[in-house]
Write a protein that binds this ligand. Structure first.
Ligand code: CA
Length: 225
């Protein structure tokens, strides 16, 4: 079941129609207060949350959800500002969509969110394989089409961070925290250079990526699989 918290009726309708066509049950709420009530009562599998709500800021609703729930949250943003999306992701949103979005985009994001929810309750994966690229987490061994790829410890951490969250966009800050354990003082430059090395070793072209997609101004996303 998917909960849609959105005040614009047309957008609610569009989401409802597209998701029901995919076989999902959809419930909706037109403001933050009724949205939070529906979340408690109905326990949806995924929440789609508009950041611009009439009664309270969507970021405040997100914070309220994250105080007690791990439900995947996809935020909808009408704003162009990359900083809103980064703030939402770092406050615990799983993904974002910028309005206007297509039914196809929405359905991809829902699939990723549902897959993440399922994976969160399953046990850790010893080996992650995506499109011929395989990482054995116990042996710390990376192979591409059966050929071993030699990565530095930083590059290995970078790749595994992205692959463990594959399908999901990670902000620069989230990646740096996961790889270096802190936010870097020298901006994203170091991250960009290491990412470039990983891409070169994987033969991944940033302009036509097979594995690692750049989200301009926000971060990176590894292909879902
Ligand atoms: Ca709105």
């Amino acid at each position: 079941m998917i909960l849609v918290i959105e005040d614009e009726r047309d957008v609610r309708r569009l989401i409802q129609r597209s998701l029901e066509a995919l076989g999902h049950e959809v419930i909706d709420a037109e403001n933050g207060k009724t949205g939070l009530e529906a979340l408690v009562r109905q326990k949806p599998d995924v929440v789609i949350l508009d950041l611009g709500l009439p009664d309270r800021d969507g970021m405040a609703v997100l914070a309220a959800i994250r105080e007690w729930s791990e439900v995947p949250v996809i935020v909808l943003s009408a704003r162009d500002g990359e900083s809103d999306k980064v703030a939402a992701l770092e406050a615990g949103a799983d993904d974002y969509l910028t309005k206007p979005f297509s039914a196809a985009e929405l359905s991809v994001r829902i699939k990723v969110a549902l897959r993440h929810a399922a994976r969160a309750v399953s046990t850790g994966e010893p080996v992650i394989t995506v499109e011929g690229l395989s990482v054995d987490l116990a042996a710390r061994r990376v192979t591409l089409e059966g050929q071993e790829i030699h990565l530095t410890p930083i590059e290995y951490k970078l790749l595994t961070a992205l692959m463990r969250h594959r399908g999901k966009v990670l902000t620069h800050g989230q990646i740096m925290k996961e790889v270096w354990g802190r936010h870097s003082n020298d901006g994203n430059q170091g991250l960009r250079i290491h990412m470039q090395h990983v891409r070169e070793k994987l033969g991944d072209d940033p302009l036509s990526p097979r594995f690692i997609f750049t989200e301009p101004g926000i971060g990176y996303r590894f292909r879902m699989g």
